[in-house]
Design a protein around this ligand. Structure first.
Ligand code: ZN
Ligand code: FE
Length: 258
């Protein structure tokens, strides 16, 4: 059966998501960034919150967890590897586990890097990936806890999902990401077109997500770290492995000023 998705602005630049299983009425928030924003989205849709799926322990993804739990008595699912950092988890999961919302199933993928226990939720029926702070449009999350090679391996796994998978990420960072991407992949025509589109969408107050995995594979420099153009942009010699190119790209982005 079908899932409906509601996406909304939360905090400064988080994107909040409600996922609604039509058959049963069960509704999950993907992360808990912002109590008021989630309440407003629920009211607007007339949905009742039953679950929260947490991706990682950062405050901007868990701050509303306890208030929502007190008010709705929801079931909270989250990363086993970060259970000690996230009070209130009821169901602990890791990569390879399934998560059920009514009649809909999600598949959990481990994506260490941004945090060590970061995980993402994939809906194989609707082909949707809730990628939080691992994969953004035209970018990836900052590496706070993991190793670049582990994050690269996780991205390679994500890259193997169907091309028509829709990416729902945790932040609206696409405009800034486009500025960096354009400096390291200046001859990429698909990127130029996407950057123009992103400018127009943001000027019109629109979100730039969801975006297809196919478009990200063509435009996101961090998913293209195994392309010679990106290795050359990082001034690394032929034969340099993609994980090393990825690490160099991430380090360059860390100090990039748009
Ligand atoms: Zn984060
Ligand atoms: Fe975040």
């Amino acid at each position: 059966m079908a899932l409906l998705i509601d996406l909304f602005a939360a905090r400064k630049d988080n994107i909040g998501y409600l996922v609604h299983d039509v058959a049963t009425g069960k509704t999950a928030a993907i992360d808990a960034p912002d109590f008021d924003a989630i309440e407003q989205a629920l009211a607007r849709r007339g949905w009742a919150l039953s679950d929260i799926f947490i991706t990682h322990h950062h405050t901007d993804h868990v701050e509303a967890l306890q208030p929502l739990k007190r008010k709705y008595g929801v079931t909270v699912t989250g990363p086993r590897a970060e259970a000690d950092k996230i009070p209130g988890l009821d169901v602990l999961v890791a990569g390879g586990d399934g998560v059920t919302l009514g009649e809909s199933d999600f598949y959990v993928i481990d994506t260490p890097g941004h945090t060590l226990g970061h995980l993402v939720y994939y809906d194989p029926t609707g082909r949707r990936l809730f990628s939080a702070d691992t994969l953004f449009s035209l970018g990836v999350g900052r590496i706070f806890e993991g190793k670049p090679e582990d994050m690269w391996a996780a991205l390679v796994l994500i890259r193997s999902l169907p091309d028509d998978t829709l990416i729902f990420c945790g932040h609206e960072y696409t405009l800034d990401n486009a500025a960096f991407a354009s400096t390291v992949d200046p001859d990429n025509v698909a990127l130029k077109m996407r950057a123009t589109e992103v400018k127009r969408m943001r000027a019109a107050g629109q979100f730039t997500v969801p975006v297809s995995l196919a478009l990200e594979k063509a435009t996101n420099p961090f998913l293209r770290a195994d392309q010679p153009a990106l290795r050359e942009a990082m001034a690394l010699p032929p034969g340099t492995g993609p994980a090393e190119v990825f690490a160099a790209l991430r380090a360059a982005k860390d100090v990039f000023k748009p």
